[in-house]
Structures are given as structure tokens and as C-alpha cells.
Design a protein around this ligand. Sequence first.
Ligand code: ZN
Length: 680
Amino acid sequence: MKKHLWIGLMGTMMWNACAEGPAEKKDTFDYTVEQFADLQLLRFKVHGFEELPLEQKKLVYYLSEAALQGRDILFDQNGKYNLIIRKMLETVYTDYQGDRADTNFVNLETYLKRVWFSNGIHHHYASDKFVPGFTPEFFMQALQSVSEDKLPISEGETLASLCEEVFPVIFDPKVMPKRVNQADGEDLVLTSASNYYEGVTQQEAEDFYAQMKNPNDTMPVMFGMNSRLVKEDGRIQEKVWKSGGLYGQAIDKIIYWLEKAKGVAENEKQKAVIEKVIQFYKDGDLKTFDEYAILWVKDLDSRVDFVNGFTESYGDPLGMKASWESIVNFKDLVSTKRTETISANAQWFEDHSPVDKRFKKEEVKGVSAKVITGAIIAGDLYPATAIGINLPNSNWIRSVHGSKSVTIGNFTDAYNKAAHGNGFSDEFVYSEVEKTYLEKYGDLTGDLHTDLHECLGHGSGQLLPGVDPDALKAYGSTIEEARADLFGLYYLPDVKMQELGLTPDADAYKAEYYSFMMNGLMTQLVRIELGNNVEEAHMRNRQLIARWAFEKGAGDKVTELVKRNGKTYVKVNDYEKLRTLFGQLLSEIQRIKSEGDFEAARKLVETYAVKIDPELHKEVLTRYAKLNLAPYKGFVNPLYTAETDAEGHITDVTISYEEGYAEQMLRYSRDYANLPYRNE
Ligand code: ZN
């Protein structure tokens, strides 16, 4: 995975949902916007934007405009009817004069909000087509009641012919049922609704790209990344997304704002990056894209940074075509200091870890993960976003030039703050004592655990000479994640953490210990359907650690599962012993990794990480369902406004957070509708 820590799928976040914000920080910012279907909209705060120098504010502003100009591209990439359907729905939504409390209208509103959220008519994560809760008859009558020139009717078309073409796409479950079909044995290209291929079969697409590849090329471009593959007049060819090509109308607008950004670049390196993006949008040459990626990965000193382009390929069943996205951000200096402190002391942590000397690295280098503040998100990062980015995706560039790995601190922060008071802690946390720990330290120790995991955990230890790095096979990733998690857990209570100023006192770690055990033993089960096993590697790792520590400490009652009024709770009795247990498991897991002991890995994972107690699972799911929490979350963007003087020079850029969800989506549809309804 190029982009780690996906939020949309509740990956890491549900587990942060139990870590609440520090009580003493009275925060009046409203992090929640609204909730519908399986979605919740939140707001993130752009900490530190007001304090940026004017030139950097301008840079953020111009790059934000460049980000918003690409919105229609993703809608069209996700399905060829998405722009038409969005416009039909929006017109009814704004102009319908009938009964707006009618069930049909209310359900149309929900449907439209889901289409906005998914940038199309398929679920953003599951990729299944939405089932509309309104009838075709209602929709037809509503469309007839609004002004025709506000509907996406092209020349030579009538409303009736448009509906005839588009209604099956909305209402017939057999038409375009999945955006990305991954079912083995089917023609994945023909059966996927995403708009990356037209008139070609999977075989034809694979053959087309296979003949382009040269196995001896050590610096291959990412073939097919920026085009639609079409068959026209019997000939298979690429329609490239570039200025003057497909999506050129939106791309030209992006270029316009990138040019402005170039004018206020912080330094020459950054200027070169922006120049290269513009060149790539103009020539569409994948060699230019690689040159851009290399410049970007080397620009480490600029405060402001951005991604704007065709980036991730999850939306293409063949994994080649990249969806359009953008994020603008700037370095969070305070949090980055924290990760730098950890990395600067990497050797100390390595030397003092509880693993056998033979498995330790003599010389260890910490990875200094940068923490950034997200300023705006767009395309495939909006509204559902990632909380971490690791780019570029080109393998040879990653190995020769490295990659940039960042975590987006203010997004994590917003998830945590929004979870405050959602009832989760009240339902699952054992008592006021634990709740107080979580409220006081939860955010901080959660972040610290992630930092230790990323900056030190994965990089610690070494394989014995001759051990195959893939020796643990299918169990490898669970063991690796457990190793990194345990490294962090082991050090959280260490006095070294206080000496380095990373934790405030000797109690702070208890917040993370408690939430880790509660999550691993119980609450992460809310993400699994009854009857299924634990499958995902991070979830397996957490259950492995929690179950193992629970069982090994059972004699001393280190951790207990206690029942109260028919409800099960996790109760930690001895935090210090729990640390000792984590240390023992870390030592064993490092041994397994270093020696490539497949049998031991298999046994650990199969014994502790996979199976679920069905009674407990059922109980947890029932309790969770009652909380009525939305499993998927996304963000509304802040609004940036340029203040100008009489000559039109920007004197300041202000930020506001008042905009609602529908309000923002309608504004974007009005101001950034850069593409025709049909893009052929
Ligand atoms: Zn990891």
C-alpha cells in the first residue's frame, strides 16, 4: 500500500475513536457537521494557518484553487454518467417546488449527498452501486417540474431521451453494479463501471500494455497511468489526460493556478517542482512525470507542500490508471519536533530494547516522519481522506531516490475530537479511572505510539545472516506489525520518554495500554461481521498482542474480562506487569523474525490472532449498533478567501469554517464545473 493508514475503511481510526481529547484543552471548535447513511462529515482545523507569513498563505491559497479545479475529473473517472447524474440531482435538489418533506424527496437528498461523498454513484469504499430510495416516477416528475436549461441535456437530446439512457444506470441494479470489480475469473475491465476503458476487453488492455514494457528497463515509467484506453474504428489507443487532450478544460484551470503558485514559491527547489507539474499537465509525457516525482521527493525543506495529479490506482481493476487527487499542506513544526526527537535517539532505544543482542542492529537510523497540517483536500482525497501519505508510487524511484512519508496531524486530531462524547467510551470503558486516563492522555499517547511504531519499530532489529526476509510468508505482515507495535508499547512507560519531554508523567502510558487492550480484546470486533475471523494484518496483530498478554497474565490477573449487568469490560489491574509481558512478547517476536521461524509465527498467529469468541463478538456488535455511529467519515473543507487592496494585490488570506456540507458541494459544482457532462 502506497498510502498507509486509510481512514475510510475505519482502519486505524476506530481504534482511535476510544481515545478522547484532553479535558483541560477547552476546545469550542465544532468538529462534527452531519451524519447520513453510513457516513459522517467532520471538519478539520488548520492549526497555524493564521501564523504563516503572507507569501506562504498566498501559496496555500493558489494551490488550494488548483486543487478544487480538478473536481470534475474524478467524477468522470469514477463513471461516465456521474457528471450528468450529479447535475440532474442537484437541479431537483435546489429547484424542486413540490413537497420537500415527501419521502421520495428526502431519500433523493440522501442519495445526492452520497453521490457527492463518493464522487459518483458507487460506494467510495465498497464500490457497490447505491440503491436509490426514491422511485423513477418521482424523479421523472421532479425533472419535468424544473427548468430544462438547468438540466444536462445536450444538443439533439430531449429530457425523455436523457432519462431513457440514464435511468437504468441509477435504478437498474444489473447495470454498472460495481465501480471496481475484482471477482476472479470475470473480465474485470468490462464488468467495472469506472471510466478508464471504453470498448476494450481485459485481454486487449493487458496485451496493449504488455507490448510496451521492456523487461530490461531499470527505470520504467508507469505505463497507462494518465489516460483512458479506448477502441475506436477498430484501433486501440490511449486518450491522454492533458491540456488539449481529455480533461483538458479542467487541467488548463489547474495550470492557471499552479502558475500563480509558482510566482510565490518559497525557494528554487519548490519552484522547480511546480514547473514540472505544469509541464506534465501540458505534455502528458510519463517521463516528465518521473522527473517531477524525483524533484518532489527531494524537496524536503519547504514549509508548504502539495500533491496535485493522477496518483493512486485503486480505482482501476488492472491497477494502472491513476485517479486524480490533490492535497495542500504545511509542516507542523511542533509535532515534527516530536518525531525528530524520537529519531535522534534511535540508537538508545535499540540498545535498551528487551531483545537478544544477536537480533539488534549495531547501527540504527530512525526515520524522521514528518507531521503535516492538511489545508485542503480534493479529488480522491475528498471528502474521505487518508491520514498518511507515502509517495511516489514508482518502484524504481522509491528505491533509487526514496519516498516521502507524512502523517496528517490535524486530520487525526479532528477524528479524535469528534469522537469525544459519541458514547463509545461510556459504553465500553470499565470505569471513571480509565476514562480519566483516556481523556487526559489518550490523544498524546496514541500519537506517540504511532510515532514509535513508524519511526523506530519497523526499523529496529536485524535478520540473522542467511535468513530469507520472506520466510514467514503469509504470517509475515502480522508479525511485522506486532513487532513495531510492541516496540512502541514497551517504551511508552520508560522514564526515557519523560526525560525526552515526550510524556508528561509516569501515568500517561496507561491511557494507551488500556485502550490497546480494550481494542485488541474487544472493541475492534465492531469492524468484523458475525461469523467471520480476523483477517486484516493490523487487526490480527492487535488481537495477537492483547490475547497473548491477557492469557500469559491470567494467573496474576494482570488483565481481566469482567462482567457487569450482562456487559463485558476490560480491566487492567497491573500496568507494570503488562509492560513486562509486552517486553517478553517483543523479544520472542523479534526472535521469530530474526531466525525466520515460520512454525512459531504460524502458531502464534493461529492461536491468538485469528479466532473470535462468538458470544463476545455478538455482544460487542449489539452494544456498538446502539450507539448509532457512522463507520465511514469524511471532511468538509475550510473556505479560503483572498483579501485584496485597491490594486487587486492580495493583502491577506483568511480562513473560515462555517460552510455546511451541501452548501460546499453546491458551491464547488457551481464554481468548479470545468468539464462537459460527457467526456469522450
Ligand atoms: Zn506498521
